[in-house]
Ligand binder design. Structure first.
Ligand code: AMP
Ligand code: FE
Ligand code: FE
Ligand code: ZN
Length: 285
């Protein structure tokens, strides 16, 4: 059986409630899952309870947004997300960090909406908030509103035209260094893993090595090698990097329900990954 260690619920920008997500995981024939919502642990208790009931092995997780400038000051391209596995959902340190990240989101979201309005795109912050329905507000919520109002045909197009990196209304939000993200995950008892490295958009192999070296210096424990954005050659490259730096490997679909096209369980992640993951809990804090 395979497992899926990367997915989002309505606590952030997924469309399945934490408990409902577990039923989908079960229906997909997976034996284990991790919930990795952006910058919140709010969905973990309900998800853990549902997983226990349905006999799915559950790993409590989080995906922290970190500032690329902290590892690539001269060339801060792309996205830097750090996954935390086996984190305590009620960690005080993690609570402080996620609170600060959400303050940064609250400052950025109106900026994006203002920029869209200036482009003649008539949507409101209230519509975006309603779309998020109490979850951590992210750009996929803005994208969904854009699609509903027919400013874009798909979520992907909304990112490309408007709110993705290079889009006309793009605004960055990151205020947490990768060092702070790794430290917070460790203090919460967790394992820190570089999410979807391909999204860092490194200019070349040397650039990738330099970024990874900095993360390893700061205590990174693993690399997500299987991901829906990775081609087989990416997985090979990141596996080699994991071997080189003695890191564990993880993987998952990055399922977001209806806000992304990728299904649960994409990229069959082997069950042995769970044992390696559990073995490093508490070894690097
Ligand atoms: P935010 O946390 O608000 O910066 O938004 C990040 C979320 O947007 C992540 O869940 C990404 O999966 C999603 N995202 C980023 N770029 C794209 C894209 N081009 N198409 C679809 N979703 C994207
Ligand atoms: Fe997301
Ligand atoms: Fe991510
Ligand atoms: Zn994700």
């Amino acid at each position: 059986m395979s497992i899926d260690l990367h997915m989002h619920s309505t606590a952030s920008d997924g469309t399945d409630a934490p408990a409902g997500l577990v039923a989908r995981v079960k229906a997909a024939g997976l034996s284990a899952m991790a919930l990795t919502d952006h910058d919140t642990t709010a969905g973990l208790p309900a998800c853990a309870a549902a997983a226990a009931e349905l006999g799915i092995t559950f790993v409590p997780g989080i995906e922290l947004s970190a500032d690329m400038v902290s590892i690539a000051p001269a060339n801060p391209t792309g996205t830097l997300h750090i996954l935390g596995y086996h984190v305590r959902h009620d960690s005080e340190k993690l609570r402080r960090v996620t609170e600060s990240l959400n303050v940064a989101r609250a400052a950025r979201n109106p900026r994006i909406v203002d920029a869209l309005n200036a482009l003649g795109v008539d949507i409101t912050l209230e519509e975006v908030e309603a779309e998020a329905a109490g979850g951590v507000i992210g750009r996929p919520h803005i994208a969904a509103v854009l699609v509903r109002h027919r400013y874009a045909d798909s979520i992907a197009e909304a990112f490309k035209r408007y709110i993705g990196i290079g889009g006309a209304a793009y605004h960055r939000k990151d205020n947490l260094s990768a060092h702070g993200a790794i430290e917070a995950i460790h203090e919460a008892g967790g394992v820190a893993v570089l999410a979807h490295p391909v999204q860092m958009r490194c200019i070349d192999e040397t650039d990738f090595q330099r970024r990874l070296e900095r993360l390893v210096e700061w205590g990174l424990d693993g690399i997500e090698i299987w991901h829906s954005d990775h081609q087989p050659h990416h997985t090979q490259q990141y596996q080699a990097a994991a071997d080189q730096f003695d890191l564990i490997v993880t993987g998952g679909s990055d399922y977001h329900g209806e806000r992304k096209t990728v299904p649960l369980g994409a990229y069959e992640v082997p069950e042995w990954v769970l044992e390696r993951l559990a073995a490093v809990v508490g070894t690097s804090a």
